[in-house]
Design a protein around this ligand. Structure first.
Ligand code: PLP
Length: 422
């Protein structure tokens, strides 16, 4: 995992440039006269029929508060869609990252072929919120979950279930038959991490042939998500690793084709390899998740043009936090600890500032330590904005995110699938 460090020249420039976009020091932005500390309930009460009835600056929000910068979010979605379109590949973004149906709709409205979900409960929430094309990338093994997934398929014809073993395929087929449906399935192929999926080549082919023959199932293709390559440091090393590891999946794709099996879907890839994945022959779409928000883990892996900073996508997701104590030299204490930020590392970064290190190891308290080159210090009551360490688990800590434009709250978005981990 990359190390926390904002002291390299390239990373300093990147963190400081975020100040010009939305940071506390930006000049032309809406700033409040009095800091009210509006609670989530109060802000929600100002948000009527999709419109804010009152001007609320993000700096007026009670903290910790999860915010998404709309301009940056839209730019990230646009960069992804434009790049993939020019590379001749589609996106099927992973909703595990945002758990927010409004963002899934934005992705679908801008050209994604569907969304992915990690858990059946997450998929159910997306369907209940008007999303009809959902690929569940995790195999369900218990009778309860298999039944739940097949019930969802009955209600949602665009639902596709993943399987990775013959036993599981038989159980899926039986459950589908019990409901009088034929369920769509993709075979999950292991890219070499041995976490999930079936071994590529003959084992995957045999499973696909079984799915094709079972009366309750229809084979739609395969999935091979190479999570172990997404955070490889340096573009060239990342490209070489993922393209090497996906060779076996392409050979499996060829075996499916030569056996007359469906390869309509060959899904894989993520934010770290989105501009590499099209070189894997046969791949139809990438399951990109983090690109909408970005995080410190991804910033550190380096991009194609900048080996130190992955700046293809901007950090749109931030946590606002308030300073609670400034009495001790070289540090201050904030109200955003592990329960607001997680303990994932590298630690969160203070947006727009350099020369300081944030840690969120205490349950309720964050610690900010100033280096000799700190760009500023903070006083009790000051607010600061954190770029999150790892976006997915952070989102799962909040009931809503504030959608911000030019520092003003434009909408309150329920994180409807928050906590849907089963
Ligand atoms: C199966 C699967 N697909 C896609 C993704 C999205 O990855 P990323 O957030 O790196 O784009 C993940 C993330 O863990 C995943 O587990």
């Amino acid at each position: 995992m990359p190390k926390a460090n904002d002291h390299s020249p390239s990373r300093r420039r990147f963190l400081q440039s975020s100040l010009q976009t939305t940071g506390a020091g930006a000049a032309a932005l809406f700033a409040p006269g009095v800091v009210n500390g509006y609670t989530a309930q109060e802000v929600q009460s100002f948000y009527v029929d999709g419109e804010m009835q009152r001007n609320v600056s993000k700096w007026e929000l009670d903290t910790p508060a999860l915010c998404v910068d709309l301009d940056l979010l839209d730019a990230n979605i646009d960069t992804m869609q434009t790049t993939l379109a020019s590379n001749g590949i589609a996106s099927r973004p992973h909703a595990k990252t945002h758990k927010t149906p409004i963002i899934a709709h934005k992705q679908l409205d801008t050209g994604s072929v569907g969304i992915c979900a990690a858990k059946v409960s997450e998929a159910e929430v997306m369907f209940q919120n008007g999303i009809n094309d959902i690929l569940l990338t995790t195999t369900n093994v218990t009778p309860t979950k298999i039944r739940r997934a097949m019930n969802l398929r009955q209600a949602c014809p665009g639902f596709i279930q993943t399987t990775d073993s013959p036993e599981n395929a038989r159980l899926l087929s039986e459950a589908a038959q019990a409901l009088g449906i034929v369920a769509d399935v993709v075979v999950d192929v292991d890219p070499g991490g041995n976490r999930t999926g079936i071994t590529p080549g003959q084992p995957a082919l045999a499973l696909a042939q079984l799915v094709d023959q079972l009366p309750g199932l229809t084979l739609r293709g395969l999935l091979c998500y190479d999570g172990g390559s997404q955070h490889v440091m340096g573009f060239a090393a990342r490209r070489d690793q993922t393209l090497g590891r996906l060779v076996a999946a392409t050979e499996t794709f060829d075996l499916f084709n030569s056996s007359g099996l469906s390869t309509e879907i060959f899904s894989g890839g993520g934010t770290g390899t989105y501009n590499i994945d099209h070189a894997t022959r046969g791949l139809t779409d990438v399951q990109v998740g983090s690109y909408v928000f970005m995080d410190a883990q991804y910033i550190d892996i380096g991009g194609e043009t900048d080996n130190e900073v992955y700046s293809d996508f901007a950090p749109s997701l931030t946590i606002l936090t308030t300073v609670l104590n400034d009495q001790y030299a070289g540090r201050c204490t904030t109200d955003a600890g592990a329960k607001a930020c997680t303990i994932n590392q590298p630690w969160p970064r203070v947006k727009g500032e350099t020369g300081m290190d944030y840690t969120s190891g205490s349950d309720e308290f964050g610690t900010l330590r100033y280096g000799n080159d700190a760009s500023r210090t903070y006083k009790v009551g000051d607010k600061l904005e954190l770029i999150v360490s790892h976006c997915d688990p952070v989102v799962n800590l909040y009931n809503q995110m504030y959608a911000i434009r030019n520092d003003r709250v434009e909408a309150v978005w329920p994180i409807a699938a928050r906590g849907m981990s089963a």
